[in-house]
Design a protein around this ligand. Structure first.
Ligand SMILES: C[S@@+](CC[C@H](N)C(=O)[O-])C[C@H]1O[C@@H](n2cnc3c(N)ncnc32)[C@H](O)[C@@H]1O
Length: 303
C-alpha cells in the first residue's frame, strides 16, 4: 500500500497494491505501519509505541503542511527507515516537563540529564537570594537552563554560553518558545563563548553537560545513531586534549563562583573519577554522583 496524500487533517488518500485509491484515517495508517514494521522500529526506536509514532507524524505534518504530497518515499517514512532519531524528525524533544525544539544543530537532551536539573533545583531552592545567578556552559537546545528557570518561580539571572553559533540559534528558538513561562524579572543572556571566556560576572551555580566522550572511546561506545546524526562538537573531545580541557574548565569555573557556589556537571562514567582528581585542585569538595542505573555520571564541586 502506498501513502498518497493527506487530504484533510485526519485522513490520508492511500493507493493500494491493486491500484485502487482509498481513504484511510491517519490513526489506522500509522497503526498498520507500526505493526508491519515493528521489528525495524523496535531496533531503532526502543520502547516506541504506535501513539508516539502518530504524534511524531502529526507534528511533522504540522511543520511540513497538511497539503503535502506523500508518495511512498515521503520523508517521514524514509527517515524512519534510516533510523533517524524521532526527535530530529518531528523536531520535538521532551525534557523535564517541557517540549524543546531540536534539530541536527544540537544534541537531543537525554533523560539522565534531568537528574542534573533536579539536583540543581534543590540547590537553588536551598540557597536562593534576590540576586541569584546561574551560568550554563554548552547550552545546546537550552533544555537545562530553561527547565531550571521554568520550574522555579522567582527571579533568576541566567547566563548561557555555547561555542557553536548553530546551537545558539536553536537555544534562541527555545528561549522564544518558553519566554512566557519565565518569571517576569528573570534575565537571560546567551552568547558564543568558549567555556567561561565571555562570562564576566560571578555566579552562585554553574551547571553544565559539556562534551565528554574521548574520540577514541566514541568509536566503540557511542550509539551508531548518535554518531551519525548528532553534532560532533557536542559529543567529543580529542584524547590528547581531554585532561587539559577539563583542567582549564575547572580552574576557570572555580574563579567564576561566588562564595558557597556550586559547580554541577554531567560526565562520562569512565572518566569522572579521573576528572575528580583534576577538580580537587581547584575546589574544596568534589563528589561523584550516580544515575538511576548506578553509573557514575555527575560531578558536584564546591569551594
Ligand atoms: C553534550 S552537549 C549538551 C547540550 C545541552 N546542554 C544538553 O544537555 O542537552 C554539549 C554542548 O557544549 C557545546 N560545546 C562544546 N565545546 C564547547 C566549548 N569549548 N565551550 C562552550 N560550549 C561548548 C556544544 O556545542 C554542545 O551544545
Amino acid at each position: 500500500m502506498h501513502l498518497w496524500r493527506i487530504i484533510k487533517l485526519n485522513y490520508l488518500r492511500v493507493l493500494t497494491n491493486k491500484g485502487i485509491t482509498i481513504l484511510q484515517s491517519v490513526q489506522d495508517y500509522i497503526s498498520d505501519y507500526f505493526t508491519k514494521n515493528n521489528e525495524h522500529l523496535s531496533k531503532f526506536y526502543p520502547g516506541i509505541t504506535s501513539s508516539r509514532l502518530l504524534l511524531a507524524f502529526s507534528d511533522t505534518c504540522k511543520v511540513v503542511g497538511s497539503d503535502t504530497y506523500l508518495g511512498q518515499g515521503f520523508e517521514f517514512f524514509k527517515d524512519l527507515e534510516r533510523g533517524k532519531p524521532l526527535e530530529y524528525i518531528d523536531h520535538n524533544a521532551y525534557f523535564y516537563r517541557s517540549n524543546f525544539y531540536v534539530d541536527k544543530r544540537v544534541l537531543i537532551p537525554r533523560s539522565e540529564t534531568e537528574i542534573l536539573v533536579g539536583d540543581a533545583l534543590n540547590i537553588v531552592k536551598k540557597n536562593y537570594h534576590e540576586e541569584y545567578s546561574i551560568a550554563e556552559v554548552g547550552v545546546g537546545s537550552f533544555a537545562i537552563g530553561l527547565s531550571l528557570l521554568m520550574d522555579f518561580d522567582k527571579k533568576i539571572n541566567l547566563w548561557g554560553g555555547d561555542i557553536s553559533l548553530d546551537a545558539l540559534k536553536v537555544a534562541e528558538i527555545n528561549l522564544f518558545r518558553h519566554q512566557s513561562r519565565l518569571h517576569p524579572e528573570a534575565s537571560v543572556i546567551i552568547e558564543k563563548s568558549d567555556r567561561f571566556e565571555k562570562l564576566n560576572h560571578k555566579v552562585d551555580l554553574i551547571i553544565t553537560n559539556p562534551p565528554y566522550i574521548k574520540v577514541s572511546a566514541g568509536k566503540v561506545g557511542v550509539h551508531i545513531q548518535a554518531e551519525i546524526y548528532e553534532p560532533k562538537i557536542a559529543l567529543y573531545l580529542e584524547d590528547g586534549e581531554y585532561d587539559l580541557w577539563y583542567d582549564d574548565f575547572f580552574r576557570d569555573g572555580s574563579l567564576k563562583l561566588r562564595e558557597k557556589g556550586l559547580f554541577l556537571m554531567e560526565g562520562h562514567e569512565d572518566c569522572l573519577l579521573d576528572l575528580k582528581e583534576i577538580a580537587i585542585k581547584y575546589f574544596n569538595h568534589v563528589e561523584i554522583k550516580n544515575d538511576y542505573t548506578g553509573r557514575q555520571r555527575f560531578l558536584h564541586a564546591s569551594l
